[in-house]
Design a binder for this molecule. Structure first.
Ligand code: NTF
Length: 825
């Protein structure tokens, strides 16, 4: 870097005022007084982006000059949340901006609120990717996030008459101030066609694709600012356009529609995110999207590599690592092979060795509905050359299997990458990678001993665990200023870059003064949430009640049903003992259901029906309140986490790979009620059993019960009066006056099985009593305020392990083998 041109290091209050005023004037032709919040927000965003550009450029200069190894985190989803607040926090500009805005007479909160929340992900997998990017930059690791610039993110959820209604999420409506469009790096991506072989001058045959159609991939780069560092990495999202924007000939012939057809076809590629989580839709467009961003990314990476290292691909793994975020980017394995062989004439064996050293795969779920398999017909039609390569990978792999296991046709058929008319993407990823990891200890063990056991047998060295984490910058420093301040006052602010420092809070957990401060902050956060609820849904909730929160995707395995059944049971109990004393509780739900997931949508309706019943019943008299908040998204999670007393993490043991919401609530001082599932297991290890409410079957018990084939919900129904009462209320009109059969499907699913599924597949009834006991203990524990405060503080104090900084360091050291850089300005 040329150090004769000094780079600006600080952005002063006056400079911010000047730039924002100027921007509003030149871009929107407004004065500060007349500009809308939206316009102020845009001006601020441009100002900050402008300011961080020097660091962004310096970071890339550093990559170049040091010729460092870079990790490319390949993901169909990046659920980033709003940019402005995070960038401002990480650049330590928060106070300066607030002051500047105040002096300009601008309401900064309104301006911040004008930013759209880009929902380019559907749940945990996409949010994890976003936390990882924050940690990568903060720790100074050279990295790109690579994905798709969907024009529409996950749908906006409205609740009408208790039902989920989906509306398109046009997050780009007011512009996209954080991105930089990089036409100079546009890539051509080819679909369809047929494969031919042609002889080169040396008489060697090579495969070429003919009669294909192409799409142009255009990268939009977004800055990822690290905390307290000059490192700014890049999130590169590819957008699709037609190669010939306009078919001029058709246009001249008067065929206007033909002329724009190409463009429309191309644009569909990056139009919308498939909003499914833990399921696959199996749509052709989805496979196109996958190849689109993978091909563009890998072409570009190899192009950059050859600029430096010519065609010495043997060292590619020393400079490039691809991390496959679940199976969605598995095509990377075949695409890298294709380019190495077809473009650079690398031999199969060498290309294969390079590919396996360069790729690594993370598994995020064992739900069988989420296993990606593509029909051969579709795959080979859309990607004929890629299909050839996958077939050859498979042929060689199956030949090896015979060496390993002898000729065992069942084994081979079970493990083959191509079998039963389908391409199995997980197996392609495993075979083509040097690392396969799960996302929590229990999950990684299940992969080794059950789901991927055959692969573990042949590749034990590949398997490893990387327990998920979350970034404390967004999930504490930014979203919970009250608690952040309190912590910093007591132990300093080292926790923002080293979360383990929170253990310094341990001695304070029993300190009466600190407990009082802690509970005061919690109450303030609950008041803030109550006000927001009042504003948005006109419901009054009592900030002195227990805030009991379950927010996550709506999925049967996550068992929102268990929660709502317990609420129905509590309601029944109050009805029978009208003077019963319980600590008032506010049960809050928020969740999006996949648009085509009928059962999940019915559960949303059920929650809302229970809310109607409970909230309007005079006997209940406010002791319990139930609330379904619409349109769950990052921004809403940021408001909910600080205000939670109880965090519901109640999936059927063995089903939730890790969970990350569980960590956010722990970090913000909620006490968890949870099963021994996913990262809850490790939360228990960290917090100790006195500070968490564990209930229900273990994963081993679930497995044993399933295998025994003896589970009988009818027995529970007959033996347990409360269960009978809850289930009966589903079909006797209590919950759906005039629509008796509305929830019969759920009743049937519980007792008889519905649509081919086992009765009560997720053991809601089996765990019911144990859950109820845990809830009863919570009620009693909360009465002892000092004890409760101690538990909550202990949770914060022991949450250090769950920083994504720890996770990323492990990926970097154990899988990617990359080193941090330092960027000087
Ligand atoms: C999710 N998986 C898991 O369901 C969560 O338990 C986990 O915390 C996150 O991944 C992040 O690892 C998925 O969203 C998917 F797509 F794999 F199903």
């Amino acid at each position: 870097m040329d150090n004769t041109t000094p780079l600006p290091v600080g952005l002063t209050k006056d400079e911010i005022k000047r730039r924002v005023t100027e921007m509003v004037r030149t871009v929107f032709r407004k004065t500060i007084e007349t500009a809308s919040s939206q316009q102020i927000y845009n001006a601020l965003a441009y100002t900050i982006k402008d300011y961080l550009s020097d660091r962004w450029i310096a970071t890339h200069d550093q990559y170049e000059s040091q010729d460092v190894k870079v990790v490319y985190y390949l993901s169909m989803e990046f659920l980033m949340g709003r940019f402005l607040g995070n960038a401002v926090l990480n650049l330590s500009l928060d106070e300066t901006i607030r002051e500047a805005m105040e002096e300009l007479g601008v309401d900064y909160n309104l301006a911040e609120d004008a930013e759209a929340d880009p929902g380019l992900g559907s749940g945990g997998l996409g949010r994890l990717a976003a936390c990882f990017l924050d940690s990568l930059s903060t720790l100074g690791y050279p990295a790109y996030g690579c994905g798709i610039r969907y024009h529409y993110g996950i749908f906006e959820q409205h609740i009408e008459n208790g039902y989920q209604i989906e509306k398109p999420d046009n997050w780009l409506k007011f512009g996209d101030p954080w991105s930089v469009r990089r036409d100079e790096y546009a890539m051509e991506v080819r679909f369809g066609g047929k494969v031919n072989s042609v002889k080169d001058e040396q008489g060697v045959y090579h495969f070429v694709l003919e009669d294909y159609h192409s799409v142009l991939a255009i990268p939009y780069d977004y800055p990822v600012v690290g905390y307290n560092t000059n490192v700014v990495n890049t999130l590169r999202l590819w957008d699709a356009e037609a190669i010939d924007r306009f078919d001029l000939q058709s246009f001249n012939e008067g065929n206007y529609e033909r002329a724009v057809e190409e463009q429309n076809l191309a644009r569909r590629l990056s139009e919308v995110l498939y909003p499914a989580d833990n399921t696959v839709a199996g749509k052709e467009l989805r496979l196109r999207q996958q190849y689109f961003f993978i091909s563009a990314t890998i072409q570009r990476v190899l192009m950059r590599f050859t600029e430096k290292h010519k065609e010495d691909f043997s060292v590619l793994p020393d400079y490039v690592q691809f991390q496959l975020n679940d199976t969605h980017p598995s095509l990377a394995v075949a695409e890298l092979m294709r380019i190495l062989m077809d473009t650079y004439y690398v031999s199969w064996d060498q290309a294969w060795e390079i590919t396996r050293k360069t790729c690594a795969y993370t598994n995020h779920t064992i739900m069988s509905e989420a296993l990606e398999k593509w029909p051969i017909e579709l795959f080979s039609r859309l990607l004929p050359r890629i299909y050839m390569i996958v077939e050859e990978i498979n042929r060689r792999f199956c030949a090896n299997l015979i060496d390993w296991f002898g000729n065992d046709p069942n084994k081979i058929r079970n493990m083959a990458i191509v079998a039963d008319g389908q391409v199995r993407m997980a197996y392609l990823a495993i075979v083509g990678s040097h690392s396969v990891n799960g996302v929590a200890a229990i999950h990684s063990n299940i992969l080794k001993t059950q789901e991927l056991r055959d692969f573990y047998d042949i590749y034990p060295e590949k398997f490893n665990n990387k327990t998920n984490g979350i970034t404390q910058r967004r999930w504490l420093a930014k979203c919970n200023p009250g608690l952040s301040r309190l912590i910093t006052q007591n132990i300093g602010d080292g926790w923002i870059s080293n979360l383990d420092e929170l253990t310094k809070l341990k001695p304070l957990a029993g300190d009466a003064g600190f407990q009082t401060d802690f509970m005061r902050v919690k109450r303030e956060n609950k008041v803030l949430l109550s006000n927001y609820i009042k504003q948005t849904s006109d419901l009054s909730v009592d900030p002195d009640s227990i805030f009991d929160i379950q927010v996550k995707r709506l999925h049967e395995y996550k068992r929102q049903l268990l929660n709502i059944f317990h609420i129905i049971d509590l309601y029944n109990t109050i009805k029978m003992n009208p003077y019963m004393e319980i600590v008032p509780r506010t049960f809050i739900f928020a969740a999006k259901a996949s648009a085509s997931y009928h059962r999940a949508k019915l559960i949303i309706k059920l929650i809302n029906s229970v809310a109607d019943l409970v909230n309007n019943d005079k006997t209940v008299n406010g002791r319990i309140r139930v609330l379904f908040m619409e349109n769950y998204r990052v921004t809403l999670a940021e408001q909910l986490c600080p205000a939670a007393d109880v965090s519901e993490q109640i999936s059927t043991a063995g089903k939730e790979a890790s969970g990350t919401g569980n960590m956010k609530f722990m970090l913000n001082g909620a006490v968890t009620v949870g099963t021994l599932d996913g990262a809850n297991v490790e939360m228990l290890e960290e917090a100790g059993e006195d500070n968490i409410f564990i209930f229900g079957m273990t994963a081993a018990e679930v497995l044993a019960l399933t295998q025994s084939g003896t589970y009988s919900p009818w027995n529970l129904y007959n033996m347990d009066y409360n269960i009978r009462f809850v289930l009966t209320s589903l079909i006797n009109g209590t919950l759906a006056p005039g629509e008796h059969d509305l929830f019969r499907e759920i009743y049937d699913a519980m007792l008889n099985g519905y649509g081919g599924a086992r009765p009560d597949e997720y053991y809601v009834l089996q765990d019911f009593q144990s859950y109820k006991n845990a809830q009863f203990k919570i009620n009693n524990a909360y009465k002892d305020t000092a004890r409760w405060a101690e538990m909550a503080i202990n949770n914060v104090a022991t949450s250090g392990k769950f920083s994504s900084d720890r996770t990323i360091r492990q990926y970097a050291e154990e899988i990617w083998r990359i080193k941090p850089i330092q960027v000087k300005l």
